[in-house]
Every structure is written in structure tokens, then in C-alpha cells.
Design a protein around this ligand. Structure first.
Ligand SMILES: NC(=O)c1ccc[n+]([C@@H]2O[C@H](COP(=O)([O-])OP(=O)(O)OC[C@H]3O[C@@H](n4cnc5c(N)ncnc54)[C@H](OP(=O)(O)O)[C@@H]3O)[C@@H](O)[C@H]2O)c1
Length: 316
């Protein structure tokens, strides 16, 4: 059983993180999440930050592209206001016009400036997009570590084969690959099927699970009659929202057997049981508080197996 106070090593590093982090894509993103359209304010986001931190969550994930830098800026602002350190992960986006190592250092310096930090804890390659070979970007990450701008490095959206390549390229410079951040939830179990979860375990690379609540669907609040708003709403057809209802009903029922845990808490606990670190997005204090409640208890093996079976036909 893990509470938010309990910390574990991030990959092979000496960074100690809570078993659950907080994702900040929605902190400033208008198009997909509807930031600035009245649903949640900067003050709600600061509350989410504070509640998480007060509960013992110390790992926050952002990216230079989230809200075109606004997510990093808000996170920096909230960190300074709280005065207590957290472990910050951000990401470099390999836009097609970026094809030299120098562009990575430039982007990193801009991220540091928005965050108000001298050094970021975990710096991740956001996507493995061509044409720049993985080895070249890894050399850029090695330079970033050498320049003292980054403590440890990771990747995101890398396949098993790409993860091995990245790990080998970094190892040649004596730098360990610490993490791979990928889409992983009850509605997206590809990392189990394509062997990535096993590869990460073998290489001692932490698998960070993004969209662990299925972008909100696994909280049970979205139905065909009540679909999500903004661009996210277009992503999920009504048929699909109808199909997932038995799963969210099961999450609710299982939660009842664990002192009234909510569907979101059960869905996040399932990710933890699989050995990954979920980083649910939280837009306000209530959501943050609820998500912390995924820690401190554990689903049984039998319950995990039932959830595996029921989620089988719902994969996207
Ligand atoms: N590396 C990558 O390529 C990549 C891609 C995607 C995400 N990520 C990272 O992963 C993080 C999390 O993924 P995500 O934000 O896509 O999806 P998610 O964590 O699956 O869902 C987050 C959304 O669910 C709703 N929610 C969260 N907690 C809730 C609760 N307790 N009760 C009710 N509703 C709740 C909120 O939206 P509503 O209230 O509007 O429903 C929230 O914005 C991101 O913030 C980002 O840091 C990385």
C-alpha cells in the first residue's frame, strides 16, 4: 500500500517521487481543454497545486507546448508562491524546423525561464518524430545534463524499440534513461500488449502513464447525454461513451468495496497496480483531492483481473 507520503525512485535516479504525479496539460490549453472559457480559473489551478502538494504529491508534469508555455509559467508561479520544492518534469517538442542539438538547449533555456528554475529535474523528448535520428536528440539531452540544466532525462511516446535505442545511445555517454511517458489507462492498454511495460521494467525505466483517467471518461461523469466539451468532446463519439458505461459502473461498484472509493480513484489505482506512475490532470482542488485518494490502498489481484477482462473490448 502506498500513501502520498511514500516516495519511490524515479527510474535509476536518486529523485524520489510520490506514486502519483499531476499532469498540467489543461493549465492554459484553450483548444482541447477549454482553458479561459469559464470552466476553471488560474485560482482553481493554484488550489489544485496546493492541495496536491499539501497531501504529499511532489511530481508535476508539464511541457513547453502546453498552452504555448502558459502551463510552465503557471507551474513556476505556483511553486514560487508555495516556497516548497517539487520535482518538475517538462518536455522538448521536436518541431520539424528543429533539427540541431542547439535548438534543444535553446528550448530548454526558454522552459527554465518560464518555470523560474536554474535546472529542471526531468527533461523529456515529447515525441520520437523523424527526421532527426533518436541518437542525435539523445546527444542533445546529454549536453543538457553536461551543462547542468537538467538532472535526469526521459522520453515520451517511444515504442519498445525506440526506448532501447534511446537507452543505448545515452548509455554510451554514461547517462541513464530514466523514464518513458506514454498513453496508458484502462481504455488504452497498448503498453501491456506491445511489450513496452516489460521493456521498461527490464531497463529500470519508469513508465509514466499519461491520460490515466481516459481524459476524464473513467471518472464516470461522461455519458452519451453528457459528453465532454471543447475539442475533447469531438474525440469521443456517443456510441463509445455508451459502451464504456458498464466499465465505469464496475469501477464505482469496486470502489464501494474499498470504503467508497470513486471510479477515478479505482482507475488510477489500477495503473499503480500495473507498476506505472499515473499523472492525472487536475483542474481544481476537488479533483486533486480526489485523485490523491487513489493512494494508500490497493485493488486485489482478482479485481485487477476483472477490470482487465471488462476493459478488453473498449481499447482505443
Ligand atoms: N506525453 C504526452 O504526449 C502526453 C499526452 C497527453 C497527456 N500528457 C500528460 O498527462 C497528463 C494527464 O493526462 P490528461 O490530462 O490528458 O488526461 P486525464 O488525466 O486522463 O484526465 C484529466 C481530466 O479529467 C478530469 N478529471 C480529473 N480528475 C478528476 C476527478 N477526480 N473527478 C472528475 N473529473 C476529473 C478533468 O477534466 P474535466 O473536469 O474537464 O473532465 C481533467 O482535466 C496531462 O496533463 C499531461 O501532463 C502527456
Amino acid at each position: 500500500m502506498s500513501s502520498a507520503q511514500e516516495k519511490i525512485s524515479l527510474g535509476r535516479s536518486d529523485l524520489r517521487i510520490s506514486r502519483l504525479g499531476i499532469g498540467t496539460w489543461a493549465w492554459g490549453d484553450r483548444l482541447f481543454w477549454g482553458y479561459g472559457r469559464g470552466g476553471y480559473t488560474d485560482s482553481d489551478l493554484e488550489d489544485a497545486f496546493q492541495v496536491s502538494q499539501a497531501a504529499g504529491i511532489n511530481f508535476f508534469d508539464t511541457a513547453e507546448v502546453y498552452g504555448r508555455g502558459r502551463s510552465e509559467r503557471l507551474l513556476g508561479q505556483f511553486m514560487r508562491a508555495s516556497g516548497r520544492p517539487v520535482i518538475v518534469a517538462t518536455k522538448f517538442f521536436p518541431f520539424p524546423w528543429r533539427w540541431r542539438g542547439a535548438s534543444l538547449l535553446r528550448a530548454l533555456r526558454a522552459s527554465l525561464s518560464r518555470l523560474g528554475l536554474d535546472r529542471v529535474d526531468l527533461y523529456q523528448m515529447h515525441w520520437p518524430y523523424p527526421p532527426v535520428p533518436i541518437e542525435s536528440w539523445m546527444a542533445g539531452l546529454v549536453d543538457a545534463v553536461g551543462a547542468g540544466l537538467v538532472r535526469v532525462v526521459g522520453v515520451s511516446n517511444y515504442s519498445s524499440e525506440q526506448t532501447r535505442r534511446a537507452q543505448a545511445a545515452l548509455a554510451r555517454h554514461g547517462v541513464p534513461l530514466i523514464s518513458n511517458q506514454v498513453h496508458y489507462s484502462l481504455l488504452h492498454r497498448r503498453p501491456e500488449r506491445n511489450g513496452l511495460l516489460d521493456v521498461c521494467r527490464e531497463l529500470d525505466v519508469t513508465l509514466i502513464a499519461y491520460s490515466p483517467l481516459g481524459m476524464g471518461l473513467l471518472t464516470g461523469k461522461y455519458t452519451p447525454e453528457n459528453p465532454p466539451h471543447a475539442l475533447r468532446g469531438r474525440r469521443f463519439k456517443r456510441d463509445y461513451l455508451a459502451q464504456i458505461q458498464p466499465l465505469t459502473a464496475l469501477l464505482r461498484q469496486m470502489g464501494q468495496a474499498h470504503d467508497g472509493k470513486t471510479p477515478a480513484q479505482v482507475a488510477l489505482n489500477w495503473v499503480i497496480c500495473k507498476g506505472a506512475i499515473p499523472i492525472p490532470g487536475a483542474k481544481n482542488a476537488r479533483q486533486a483531492q480526489e485523485n490523491v485518494g487513489a493512494l494508500g490502498w490497493r485493488l486485489t489481484e482478482q479485481e485487477v483481473a476483472v477490470l482487465d477482462r471488462v476493459s478488453e473490448g473498449l481499447q482505443r
